[in-house]
Design a protein around this ligand. Structure first.
Ligand code: ADP
Length: 440
C-alpha cells in the first residue's frame, strides 16, 4: 500500500516537474522568439505605413512643386493670347499666336502627366472620389476635340467627329473624369496610328426622363493590339510591344486609370482590336439629364471665343478682390486673368499683410494661396475667420489631391486649383457679387 502511494507521489511530482518545465519553456519562447517575431512584424508594418504616407506626402509635394511653374507658364501664355492685336502685323501675330497655342498644348500635356501619377496614388490609397456637377454637353465635347484637332493635323491623320444631335444639352455627372478618359483614348489613338486616322463617335443608346446612357467610341486605323494582350491593356504601368514602341512616349498608366474611372461612374470601358488593323475603345456610362433640349449639330469651333478680344462672363468695376500669394508672378497672373472683368484687385504677399488689409477694407472675395512661407493658408484663414466669419475666401492651391470638403472643413468657402482656370475664377467671384454690381 505504502509502495503504491509512493509510486503515485512520484508520478504526481514527475507530472508537476514536466508541467513547470513546459510552462517555463513556453514563457521563454513567448518572451523571446514569439515576441521577437511580433516586434519584427510590427516594425515592418510601421515601416510600410510610414513609407506609404511618405510616398503620399512626396507625391503631393511634387505635384505642388511642378504645378507652380506650370501655373506661371500657362498664366503668362494665356495673357499673351489675350493681348490686343490691333496694329500688329498680321503675319507676326499669327506666328506668335501659334507659338502660344503650342505652349498651351505642351503645358496641358505636362499637367495631365502629373495628374495621372497623382490619380494612381489616390486610387491605390482608396481616396478617389467622384466630383459631380452640371455641365454643357457640347462645350465639354468641344474642348476635348479642339485639344486633339491640332495634333491630328500635325501628324496628318484624319479625325472624324460625329455626335448625336439629340443628346441633352445639359447633363449632370463627373465631366472631369469623362474628359480625362476620352482625352486618354484619343491621345492613344493618335500616338498608336501612323497611317489613316481615328474617329470619335458619341451616341445615346437609351434615354429616360431624367437619365440617359451615353456611348463614346474611339476608333483608329493604328497598330492594333494582339488578342492575348487585350487584358494587359488595363493594367497599371504595363506597356505593350515596348521595343517596337520605344519611340512613343507613355507611362502605361492612362488606360488603367481610365477603366477605374469608368467603373467609379458605374460605367464600362472595353476594347476590340485586330492586330495590324486598328482598335476601338468603347466607354458607356449613365448621366443625369438637367436640360433635355437637344444639343443640335455639333460645331467644333465656338466662333465667339476664337476671334476678337477675350469676353469675360461679367464686368464689375466696383468689386473689390484681395489676392494673397507670396510669389509676385502669381499675383500678376491673377491680376492679368481678371483684367477683362475690370474688378479692383488688391494684393498681399503674406498672411500677416492679408489680415491687415481685411481690417481696412470690406472685400467681396479673397483668393488665398494655401502654401506660403511663415503664416500659411491655414493660419491665415483661422485669423480671417476671427475677424469676419462670412467673408468668401477661396484657397488657391497647386495640390490637386485634396477635395473641396477638405478646404471647407478648414474654413474656406471653396478652392481653385493652380493653374487657375479663368472661367472657374470668374464663376467663383460671380457667386459672391450682388447682381446690381455686375454687368453680364
Ligand atoms: P501609355 O500610352 O502611356 O503607354 P496606356 O495605359 O494609355 O499607357 O496604354 C497602355 C498600352 O496599351 C500602351 O503602351 C500601348 O501599348 C497600348 N495601347 C493603348 N492604346 C492603343 C491603341 N489605340 N492602339 C494600339 N495600342 C494601344
Amino acid at each position: 500500500m505504502i509502495t503504491h502511494d509512493l509510486t503515485l507521489l512520484n508520478i504526481a511530482v514527475f507530472v508537476l516537474i514536466v508541467f513547470v518545465t513546459v510552462l517555463i519553456a513556453w514563457h521563454v519562447i513567448k518572451t523571446t522568439v514569439i515576441q521577437k517575431q511580433y516586434d519584427e512584424i510590427k516594425k515592418a508594418k510601421d515601416d510600410a505605413e510610414s513609407a506609404n504616407s511618405a510616398k503620399s506626402r512626396f507625391l503631393a509635394n511634387m505635384s505642388h512643386e511642378i504645378r507652380t511653374p506650370i501655373n506661371t507658364i500657362m498664366g503668362m501664355n494665356e495673357m499673351a493670347l489675350r493681348e490686343d492685336a490691333s496694329g500688329v502685323p498680321r503675319e507676326y501675330y499669327t506666328a506668335m499666336r501659334n507659338y502660344s497655342l503650342d505652349i498651351r498644348n505642351a503645358a496641358e500635356t505636362l499637367l495631365s502627366l502629373i495628374d495621372d501619377v497623382l490619380d494612381m496614388s489616390r486610387i491605390e490609397s482608396g481616396k478617389m472620389r467622384l466630383v459631380e456637377q452640371e455641365y454643357d454637353t457640347q462645350k465639354m465635347l468641344r474642348s476635348i476635340v479642339s485639344m486633339i484637332r491640332m495634333r491630328s493635323i500635325d501628324k496628318e491623320l484624319t479625325f472624324d467627329v460625329s455626335v448625336d444631335e439629340l443628346l441633352p444639352s445639359r447633363l449632370y455627372g463627373d465631366q472631369g473624369k469623362i474628359r480625362q478618359i476620352l482625352l486618354n483614348l484619343l491621345t492613344n489613338a493618335l500616338k498608336y496610328t501612323d497611317i489613316g486616322g481615328f474617329s470619335l463617335n458619341v451616341s445615346m443608346p437609351e434615354r429616360h426622363d431624367d437619365e440617359c446612357l451615353l456611348r463614346f467610341s474611339v476608333k483608329d486605323t493604328g497598330i492594333g493590339i494582339r488578342e492575348e494582350d487585350i487584358d494587359k491593356l488595363f493594367t497599371a504601368y504595363e506597356r505593350l510591344d515596348e521595343e517596337k514602341n520605344s519611340d512613343i512616349r507613355g507611362t502605361g498608366l492612362g488606360l488603367d486609370i481610365s477603366r477605374r474611372f469608368a467603373e467609379l461612374m458605374n460605367g464600362t470601358l472595353t476594347c476590340e482590336s485586330v492586330y495590324g488593323n486598328g482598335s476601338e475603345f468603347i466607354l458607356t456610362l449613365k448621366q443625369k439629364i438637367i436640360d433635355p433640349s437637344p444639343t443640335g449639330v455639333f460645331t467644333e469651333h465656338d466662333e465667339s471665343a476664337a476671334n476678337g478680344p477675350y469676353v469675360p462672363q461679367f464686368i464689375a468695376p466696383d468689386a473689390d478682390i484681395l489676392v494673397v500669394d507670396d510669389t509676385p508672378v502669381n499675383l500678376n497672373i491673377i491680376k492679368g486673368l481678371l483684367k477683362a472683368t475690370r474688378v479692383f484687385v488688391t494684393t498681399a504677399s503674406s498672411g500677416e499683410e492679408c489680415l491687415e488689409k481685411i481690417k481696412e477694407t470690406r472685400f467681396n472675395v479673397v483668393l488665398l494661396d494655401y502654401i506660403m512661407p511663415g503664416m500659411d493658408g491655414l493660419e491665415t484663414i483661422a485669423g480671417i475667420r476671427e475677424i469676419d466669419p462670412d467673408l468668401p475666401v477661396y484657397a488657391l492651391t497647386a495640390n490637386s489631391a485634396n477635395t473641396e470638403d477638405f478646404y471647407i472643413s478648414r474654413g474656406f468657402t471653396g478652392y481653385l486649383t493652380k493653374p487657375v482656370d479663368s472661367i472657374a475664377l470668374e464663376k467663383a467671384i460671380m457667386r459672391h457679387l450682388p447682381e446690381e454690381m455686375m454687368e453680364k
